[in-house]
Design a protein around this ligand. Structure first.
Ligand code: Z5A
Length: 228
């Protein structure tokens, strides 16, 4: 079945693209390459990561991932902190930038909350949706690139990256395999529910192959004049 055309959902001039998926899919790698390519095309682009992206958000990120005191964090606290970081990012930078007509690339956004806190931590999906609504209002991505790799590929990429980095404890990465399987199902459900916004990309190939697949989806949007 052919893919449906992308439809721009927000009323502002800019373009809002998010990258999603399980760990090691290459989101950060592809986000950086996409920013470079869009700048080459003359677009004004800003890139952010979640949780984080603002000074307040980066403090929340540390609490969520690395704080020594966070071992007892409940799933509900995790949900609220993710969305506190997001509420700040949306109001402090994303909305003003979109209103100026800029392109925003975000390395994870609210689909991560649905996948990790909703499906992974098994919080009530309706409650998760309501919290996300508070955080983002009508600031929604125009396009979400869901980078998909099988669990073995993800594990291998993270192993080889870890070998080159000092060990830093990451509370979320400590979850068990069943948690990450549920996260994957969550992403499948999101993609099935919103095919117009969410484009699944096979991210098992080389960096260059994935970059080409990403560009095939993004270029038509940019060519039609979205983003200053
Ligand atoms: N989280 C949440 O629970 N709820 C939320 O609402 C939000 C987030 C927003 C953020 O962690 C954590 O927060 C995350 C979800 C949760 N936790 N988990 N688990 P993060 O920001 O530290 O990390 P991440 O978002 O999970 O990304 P990552 O692990 O860094 O993966 P990635 O960005 O997809 O991949 P990468 O860094 O671009 O690449 C990983 C390695 O693979 C690296 O060495 C690359 O050089 C290599 N790579 C990349 N592409 C390729 C290809 N194509 N071939 C070969 N090697 C490649």
């Amino acid at each position: 079945m052919g893919q449906q055309p992308l439809r721009i959902t927000h009323q502002m001039k800019g373009l809002f693209i998010t990258l999603e998926g399980t760990e090691g899919g290459g989101k950060s790698t592809q986000a950086i390459l996409l920013v470079e390519r869009l700048r080459d095309w003359g677009r004004k682009v800003q890139m952010f990561r979640e949780p984080g992206g603002t000074p307040i958000g980066e403090e929340i990120r540390h609490t969520l991932k690395h704080s020594l005191a966070n071992a007892a964090m409940t799933a509900e606290t995790e949900l609220l902190l993710m969305n506190a970081s997001r509420a700040q990012l949306v109001r402090e930078v994303i909305r003003p930038a979109l209103a100026r007509g800029e392109v925003i690339i975000c390395d994870r956004f609210y689909d991560s909350t649905t996948a990790y806190q909703g499906y992974g931590r098994q919080l009530d999906l309706e409650m998760v949706r309501r919290v996300i609504d508070v955080a983002v209002g009508d600031t929604r991505p125009d396009l979400t690139l869901l980078l998909h790799v099988p669990a073995e590929v993800s594990a291998e990429r993270l192993r080889s990256r870890q070998a080159n980095l000092p060990f830093i404890r990451d509370r979320i990465e400590e979850a068990d395999r069943a948690f990450f399987e549920r996260v994957e199902w969550g992403y499948e459900a999101i993609a099935a529910a919103e095919p117009q916004r969410v484009r699944k990309i096979d991210a098992t190939g080389s960096v260059e192959q994935v970059q080409s697949a990403v560009w095939r989806v993004v270029a038509p949007l940019v060519a039609t004049g979205h983003g200053a």
